[in-house]
Design a protein around this ligand. Structure first.
Ligand code: CP3
Length: 348
């Protein structure tokens, strides 16, 4: 395990060629994913059928040879395990029963009850820990409390997270109670993934960028810090990747303040800026714009080289700045990896 490239980069080693994986690497841009999803019937059945969830997790590893596999599941399984109804509307996205008041929040299940629903996910992790090639690291994940709360409060994805901001600003006690419940559930969920064989965990705060001023410290930094401290106490040595997406200046110091071993960055910041201001504290993951997986060509090659060059003086995990999209061309993923892994001599 010690020589897996991902583990070495997360431990702070500067490598000649960084390890690489992609957010949403198992997904609808792959025909084999669509076939397995059809076999499962729908997305949630795929998540809760361990053999099939493990199969789609392995598909991009077989096809492309990534250095890491990310468990196939979804951040919205935690709200479901806390008692929310969850369903996916094709072409539109997730729907949940919305949480509008304190009574709804107080009626959620307790954090240690989440395993009742999430046990199949741990079984997927156990299958993957057995079946992954020995040089590929296994990443577990969960949503960060703020991002999960935005979906739970609105009952769906929102462009500006307005319903969550409104509850936060109108009934802070209720909002804080919800954040605390999600934080505890997330600790239990990630801890169980690690017990089942996840070697790394990642916390996705996709909507961190909408938290401004003190709210960023209180609802992005503090929950991450609590989750990471609890995990480090229970599982010393298991690295954590934090992704406070679109945090901008908030990326600076995020690893130091939360204890994260690696900060994943989106592509709204340049790799030079991130190398100077974020990589000084440790490993950085990112940050190719996902659009290159659609458009490909010389622009893709140039940008992969640019990112690799910008981060080469410190620990780096190569990834996209956000998830790959369904219209991406798998050949562009291959081109990305070939370009990243070409020898430095050929590159210069
Ligand atoms: O990265 C991976 O390959 C692991 C699996 C994974 C999924 N979702 C599978 C998925 C991970 C890590 C996630 C995280 C996730 N889910 C986030 C945080 C990361 C981000 O993208 O910002 C969020 C916000 C969600 C919630 C969610 N799940 C939405 C908004 C949607 C609908 C959007 C869409 O692409 O259709 C999903 C569905 C979903 N989760 C799909 C996949 C592969 C597509 C479902 C399908 O097959 O139809």
């Amino acid at each position: 395990m010690a020589d897996k490239l991902l583990m070495r980069a997360l431990a702070g080693e500067t490598l000649d060629v960084p390890p690489a994986w992609m957010m949403r690497q198992a997904g609808r841009y792959l025909p084999e994913y669509k076939a397995t999803r059809a076999q499962a019937g729908d997305f949630l059945s795929l998540c809760y059928t361990p053999d099939l969830a493990a199969e789609v997790t392995l598909q991009p590893i077989r096809r492309f040879g990534f250095d890491a596999a990310i468990l196939f599941a979804d951040i919205l399984l935690v709200p479901q395990a806390l008692g929310a109804d969850l369903w996916f509307v094709t072409g539109e996205g997730p729907r949940l029963s919305p949480l509008t008041d304190r009574a709804g929040i107080d009626g959620l299940r307790s954090a240690d009850a989440v395993h009742d629903t999430l046990n199949p996910i741990y079984e997927t992790v156990r299958i993957l820990a057995r079946e992954l090639p020995s040089d590929v690291a296994l990443i577990g994940f969960a949503g960060a409390p703020w991002t999960v709360a935005t979906y739970m409060i609105a009952g769906r994805g929102t462009p500006d997270q307005a319903p969550a901001h409104a509850l936060k600003d109108s009934d802070r006690d209720a909002f804080d109670a919800l954040m605390a419940r999600i934080t505890e559930a997330t600790i239990e969920y990630l801890s169980a993934q690690i017990d089942a064989g996840a070697e790394v965990v990642k916390v996705f705060d996709s909507w961190a960028g909408s938290l401004k001023g003190n709210d960023f410290a209180r609802y992005a930094v503090d929950p991450a810090k609590r989750i990471i401290a609890a995990l480090k106490a229970r599982h010393p040595g298991v690295p954590v990747i934090a992704f406070p997406r679109e945090a901008g200046q908030g990326y600076v110091g995020f690893a130091r303040e939360t204890g994260a071993d690696c900060v994943a960055i989106d592509n709204s910041v340049t790799p030079e800026w991130a190398a100077e201001h974020v990589q000084r504290d440790g490993c950085v993951q990112g940050n190719l714009a996902p659009g290159h997986m659609v458009t490909g060509g010389q622009a893709l090659v140039d940008e992969v080289r640019h990112i690799r060059e910008a981060f080469r003086r410190g620990p780096h995990v190569f990834n996209l700045g956000h998830g790959i999209t369904p219209d991406a061309d798998p050949d562009n993923v291959s081109l990305m990896l070939e370009t990243l892994r070409e020898t430095r001599g050929a590159q210069e």
